[in-house]
Structure formats: C-alpha cells, structure tokens
Ligand binder design. Structure first.
Ligand code: ADP
Ligand code: MG
Length: 364
C-alpha cells in the first residue's frame, strides 16, 4: 500500500484555489464584491476577448494601506472578519480572505492601488504564486484599486481548455451576474466593457450612481422593460416551524421582499426581459426555491410567459448562512418553509390587486 503523506503546501493551495475560483463568474463576482466592500461609488469592469485574455476591475474605493500590501493576497488574511461569531452579523460580501490568494495561484495577477492622500501616485503590487508580495513599484493612479487578472487558469491546463471552449457561454453568464449587480447597486456607477481581439472597446452597459433600482433596470435592460413591471413590497413575519425552538429574542423575524416583477396581466406578445434576479440583503445569489414559488404564482395568472423578477429579501443576518460553499453562491435560509409560504400568499395578494385594477379589455 502507498504511504500516506501530507500534500505539499503549493499543491494544497492550487487545489483549494480551484474551489474558490471555479469559473469566470467567480472571478468577476469576487472582485466586484471587494470593490463594493471598499466603499466604491464607481466600478469599471473591463474584459479582453470576453475575459479569456484578461479581466480588470477598477474602483474608486478606499484603496489599500501600505501596511497591508504584504498580506492582502495571503490565504485567510482578511480585513473583514475576525472571529466565527462575526459571521452571523456580517455586513460585507467578503469574509474568508481567499479570493486574491486564489487568483495568485490561478492567473497572472497584479493590483494597483492608491489611498486618497497618495493619488495621483499609487503603487503596483506583484505577487508570487503563493500570494507572497514579490515587488512594489510607484505608478500613476487615481484613488482606488485596480485588480488585473490575465490568463485565468493558466496553472490548471484542463480547466483553461474548458474555459477556452465555453468562453462565450461563460461570458454570457458573467454579464447576467453583472446586470444583477448593476441593478441592485444604487450607490455605485457600474460600467462593463469588452474588447475583442484587435477590436475597439465596446461598452456593454453603464449605470449611474444614486439611481433607483427601477432606473438601473431601465439603463441595463432598456426603458421598454418598465411598463411591464409592477413595484413589489411584500412584508411579513416568519413563523417558526413546529420542530423548531421558539425564535430567540435576538432574531428579528420580520421579512421584506422589495423589487419589481412582471405584471401578469401585461398582454401577450409584449414580453418583459426574461431575467430573474434574487438578492438577500442586496447580496446577489441563486435562490432556486424562492424562484420556483415566484414562477408558480405567476403562471397561475399567465401560463404563457415567464416573469421578469428582481427580488431583494431583507432578512435578519441571523436568518441565513452564506458560509455554505467555497464560492459563496449558495445561501442557506433557516426558516425556508415559512418564508416560501409567506411569499406565495403575499405575491398572490399583489397579483390579485393588479388583476382588479387592469381594465377588462386588457385582460385576455
Ligand atoms: P476578503 O474579501 O474575504 O477579505 P479577498 O481575498 O477578496 O478576501 O481580499 C483580501 C483583502 O484585500 C480584503 O480583506 C481587503 O482588505 C483587501 N482588498 C481586496 N480588494 C480590495 C479593493 N478593491 N479595495 C480595497 N481593499 C481591497
Ligand atoms: Mg473578497
């Protein structure tokens, strides 16, 4: 039998990094979330060749203090969480200090950063594959941070080949995530552009800062989307399930679901954009069970179309867990049964009201 040996540190780092950064979407999501965590009000996401050549995320956030240059790309170094208990009251997107360290292991990676008192001078930081700081260089830079990722998965040849093969689909998925980010981010201007080989840079969309989510939706999906949408503000209290302990006093059971959803009575042939976006406390995430309820309720009124959904669930930070999967895309909702039932009831009430206010002539 082969002897059991500990894996070499570098191998462990590569294996784990591939779990944190699973695809192009993870890269973009992690970098944009870091920019938002740094208080940015302007974020530019620039792709080259759909992200296959490079991805660059530039923000006007806080910048990085020079004392942190050594540690920002080390595994499990974070400025956002100090103990496990903090996780239940987390206000930031990041908390595990894994994204930058993983990108060092998986790509050609560098950071340029300047604090307000340093701009227009900044510092370019280059790193070893391990995440150790390799060199610094003074460069011109506006206030904020730019992270550049070139040749994603260069160190994982099989995954690189997969990425090359599926890049169009991957890029499409990334744009979906960025659309959701841009619509929910009312504080920040978000612009997305792409340059194809030797081509001109094409702006895909660019929102402004200090807009409402409805204005952001119009910017991203076009103003034609708006008449099809009804504003949604569902509000209810979660009921503990029979098997559960009564809610602790520290946990607020009040839930709001705020956003925009297709009006089911909107006539056929006048399709709203076919997009469904879910957020928990403004954190974009996939909520398949919640999506299912929305679609079911909608289909009861309009079986021939599927709805546009933009739904932001405001929940107590104790009521869910984001530390479920390495890529943080899965969110575990604690009182899911009660939540789903309440959404079904209050969404039905919203559609009933809509149904009554629409003239009979538009109903068919
Ligand atoms: P996490 O976000 O979980 O803390 P990351 O690896 O994404 O881990 O980032 C490591 C640290 O680098 C962050 O905690 C933060 O201090 C710093 N950082 C990363 N991106 C930015 C940015 N755009 N602006 C300012 N600081 C940043
Ligand atoms: Mg992060």
């Amino acid at each position: 039998m082969a002897t059991i040996k500990a894996l070499e540190g570098r191998t462990v780092h590569q294996i784990q990094s591939g779990q944190v950064i699973v695809d192009l979407c993870s890269v973009v999501k992690e970098l944009v979330e870091n920019s938002l965590d740094a208080g940015a009000t302007s974020i530019d996401i620039r792709f080259k060749n759909n992200g296959l050549d490079s991805i660059e995320v530039q923000d006007n956030g806080s910048g990085i203090v020079s004392e942190n240059y050594q540690t920002i790309a080390l595994k499990h170094y974070t400025s956002k969480l100090s103990s496990y208990d903090d996780l239940s009251s987390l206000q930031t997107f990041g908390f595990r200090g894994e994204a930058l360290s993983s990108l060092c292991a998986l790509s050609k990676f560098h950071v340029t950063t300047a604090r307000a008192d340093e701009a227009p001078k900044g510092t370019r930081l280059d790193f070893e594959v391990s995440g150790q700081l390799k060199s610094t260089q003074v460069v011109a830079s506006q206030k904020g941070t730019t992270v550049a990722v070139e040749d994603l998965f260069v160190s994982l040849p099989v995954r690189r080949r997969e990425l090359e093969k599926n890049i169009k689909r991957e890029y499409g998925k990334v744009l979906g995530i960025l659309q959701a980010c841009a619509c929910i981010s009312t504080q920040a201007r978000i612009s997305v552009s792409n340059v194809m080989a030797k081509g001109k840079r094409a702006v895909i969309f660019a929102t402004k800062s200090n807009q409402t989510t409805r204005e952001n939706i119009a910017t991203v999906f076009g103003t034609k989307a708006l008449p099809a949408l009804v504003a949604m503000n569902l509000s209810f209290e979660l009921q503990p399930t029979k098997t559960q302990e009564p809610a602790s006093n520290s946990e607020n059971k009040q839930v709001q679901v705020i956003g925009h959803v297709s009006r089911p009575t909107f006539g056929e042939g006048r399709q709203a954009p076919d997009r469904q976006m879910f957020f928990v406390n403004s954190r974009p995430c996939g909520l398949p069970q919640v999506a299912k309820i929305f679609n079911e309720v909608y289909k009861a009124y309009n079986a021939s179309q599927s709805p546009f959904i933009f739904a932001n669930l405001s929940l107590d930070t104790n009521a869910y867990d984001v530390n479920v999967s390495p890529d943080k895309r899965t969110i575990l909702l604690h009182d899911q049964t009660s939540l789903l039932e309440s959404i079904r009831v209050s969404l039905t009430a919203l559609f009933e009201k809509q149904d009554q206010t629409v003239p009979q002539s538009q109903k068919s």
